[in-house]
Ligand binder design. Sequence first.
Ligand SMILES: C[S@@+](CC[C@H](N)C(=O)[O-])C[C@H]1O[C@@H](n2cnc3c(N)ncnc32)[C@H](O)[C@@H]1O
Length: 262
Amino acid sequence: MNYLDKHHKIFKGDARTLIKDIPDNSIDLILTDPPYNLSPYSTGNIKLSWRKDINNDLAEWDRLEFNPSGWVKEFKRVLKPTGNLFAFTSYNLLGKWHEAFDPEFDTFQFMVWHKTNPAPKIFKAGFLNSCELIICTWNKGHTWNFISQKEMHNFIEAPICMGEERVKNPKHPTQKPIKVLKHIIRIASNENDLILDPFMGVGSTGKAALEMNRRFIGFEIEDKYFEVAEKRLSCIQQSLIVREKRGEYKKEGKGSPSHNSG
Ligand SMILES: C[S@@+](CC[C@H](N)C(=O)[O-])C[C@H]1O[C@@H](n2cnc3c(N)ncnc32)[C@H](O)[C@@H]1O
C-alpha cells in the first residue's frame, strides 16, 4: 500500500488483518473509536405505549469482544516514536485499556467529552450518560501543540452530532462530532501528518483530518458505513485538490508552532 502520496486511503475489512499491512513507524496519530462492548449491560428493548420501542443495544458490532490488550503490539509497531494514541472508550473498558497500555507507554491519561445534549433517561432513574471517555497515551518526544495550559484541560464540551452534521442514511449510532476530533488532531499532530482510524464508522476522523490538512488511513468492516465514509471523504478530497491547485491551503490559526515535547 502506498499511503504517502495520497490525502486518504480507506479499506473495507477487518482491522485485525488490515493493520498488518501498515509499515512500522509510519503513523503520527492513531485516533480511533473501537467497539465499547456495552451490550452485556444493556437493558434491551424498552416498551413504551406512546412511541416506538427504545433499543439500548448499540449494534451487532458492539457484541464482538474488543480487548485492548490484543491491540498494544500492533499500535506500538505502527506508531512513530513521536506519535500519539487517542481512543474513545467506555467505563467498562477503561481499566483494561490502562492495564494494557500504561506499562507500554511513558504516559497514560484520559479526556472527557461532555455531551451538552445527551439522550434523556425515560424513567428518570439515574444519571444521564452525558460523558464519554477518551484514553490517550504517548512516549517522551511526542508531538504536542499548545500555547497555554488553558487549552489543556482534559475536558471538552460539544453536542452529539445533530442536523447537517449527522449522517442520515444510514445513521451511525456512535458518530463522533467533528469539533471533538479536530480539538484532538490540533493538539496531537502536525499538518501533513498521517492519521489512522482502524474503526472509522462513517469516516468522521477522516473528515476532521482532511479538513485540517492531515492525511488519513481508515478501516471499516460494515459495507453500509464504509460506503458513506467513502462518499464523505472523496467529497472533501475533491475540494482539497481544487484548493491545492489554486494554492489556497489555509494554515492553522491556533496552537504553537509544531514541536515535539520532551
Ligand atoms: C464506535 S464505531 C465508530 C464510529 C465512528 N467514530 C464515526 O464517527 O462514525 C466502531 C466501528 O467499528 C467497526 N468495526 C467493529 N469491528 C471492526 C473490525 N474488526 N474491523 C474494522 N471495523 C470494525 C464497526 O462496524 C463500527 O462502525
